[in-house]
Design a protein around this ligand. Structure first.
Ligand SMILES: *Cc1c(COP(=O)(O)O)cnc(C)c1O
Length: 384
């Protein structure tokens, strides 16, 4: 063995380990699609939708081409457009607000909670005031269940109900998570998720889904998914998209869904080991009592301006990390001209400078995790 070869490299997300577990079942499922050749709207698409509905308890599931399309389709179905405001957290992936602007409406940014990284209800109320002060018609809220943990959906629903607002839950990172025993997919007027490969339930390309109990909304979404079709594809009753989920991806997802609960439990064990070993060294994530997380990311905070030094020190020790997110949306070039809650968004700004995500996936074994934990300990001792 080459004495300069590094010890086996650590994966940030190990899709190959899952492939070793499921490879044959997935190859066979994809093989069946290659045999029947119904690449669009094959039987696996409807079967997956029924299985996802049973998994989370939603009445309707409309699969689609990505988590971004899922969000956009709901805004289109609700006729949200120019002159309308939609409240979004600033500390999220850009797609949450991007779809609002693409629909022609105005995203209004609000701050997040220090402990959960999810929408802060006091800031949400200030954002509503800012939207109205800007002369906009406030229509909806898009809470995000960041890094795998549910937002405070009861608190959000109470405010939305009093104000007549639509709630679109962006569960791109958190499908499978629970809030007081209820699975995401049922806690808002509509919920969306993403099947991007790195998400907790990922396919082998792009994919997404929308969950709702609203019959009329589900009907409209199925039309928007295929160019706004009416009684058939050549009857166009509204504007739509080409936003279907490929049959091959549905076949992959059906196999992955069978082991999804088991993978969430494995991620939770990894998270518990991290919390126990690192709780005194960095700020470890806080899961609210009664919530379970899908641990899309294991994101810790390093105060005191040491975050970038930790990232560099871990890289030198062969431990990959990622920063989600280095800049809040209200400070991004594409979004900084949109309104934000009065008083600023100090938590989003602080988090962007302090967060760092460690390797997290269901196949992170004890020995590898011990290496990561030791590296964080050594690096922090060196830095601080
Ligand atoms: C990944 C993600 C999306 C977009 O999903 P795609 O499938 O990549 O389009 C939207 N919102 C959040 C919070 C995400 O993490």
């Amino acid at each position: 063995m080459n004495q300069h070869a590094p010890v086996s490299s650590i994966a940030f997300i190990d899709l190959e380990a899952q492939r070793r577990r499921l490879g044959r079942a997935i190859d066979e499922a994809v093989g069946r699609v290659l045999t029947h050749c119904q690449f669009i709207n094959g039987p696996e698409v409807g079967e997956l939708e029924a299985e996802l509905a049973a998994f989370c308890g939603a009445k309707h599931v409309v699969s689609c081409a990505s988590g971004t399309d899922a969000l956009l389709m709901v805004l289109m179905a609700k006729n949200i457009g120019p002159g309308d405001a939609v409240i979004c957290p600033s500390f999220t992936f850009c797609a949450t607000a991007e779809v609002v602007a693409l629909a022609g409406a105005t995203p209004v940014f609000v701050d997040v909670d220090e402990a959960t990284f999810n929408i802060d209800l006091a800031s949400l109320k200030r954002g509503m005031t800012a939207a109205r002060a800007a002369g906009l018609k406030l229509k909806a809220i898009i809470p995000v269940d960041l890094f795998g943990q549910s937002a405070d959906h009861d608190g959000i629903a109470e405010i939305a109900k009093a104000e007549g607002l639509f709630v679109l839950d962006d569960a791109a990172q958190s499908f499978g998570a629970t809030d007081k025993g209820r699975r995401l997919g049922t806690l808002a007027d509509a919920t969306t998720t993403s099947f991007f490969p790195a998400k907790p339930l990922g396919c082998y390309g792009d994919g997404g889904a929308i969950f709702t109990d609203d019959d009329e909304l589900a009907h409209t979404l199925r039309s928007i998914r295929v160019h706004g079709q009416g009684s058939d594809k050549y009857d166009n009753v509204r504007l739509g998209l080409t936003a279907r989920l490929d049959t091959v991806q549905a076949a992959v997802l059906r196999e992955k869904l069978k082991i999804f609960d088991d993978e969430i439990a494995a991620r939770d064990l990894v998270a518990k080991r991290y919390a126990q070993a690192l709780g005194n060294i960095v700020d470890v994530p806080h899961v609210v009592a009664g919530n379970t997380s899908t641990w899309a990311q294991y994101t810790v905070r390093v105060p005191g301006g040491h975050r970038d030094a930790l990232a560099a020190a871990l890289k030198a020790r062969g431990v990959p990390t990622a920063i989600y997110y280095p800049k809040p949306l209200h400070q991004q070039t594409a979004y900084r001209h949109f309104p934000a809650a009065a008083g600023g968004l100090p938590v989003s700004e602080r988090l962007s400078g302090e967060v760092i995500s460690l390797p997290m996936h269901p196949y992170l074994d004890d020995a590898t995790q011990s290496r990561i934990i030791a590296a964080v300990g050594d690096a922090m001792a060196e830095i601080a």
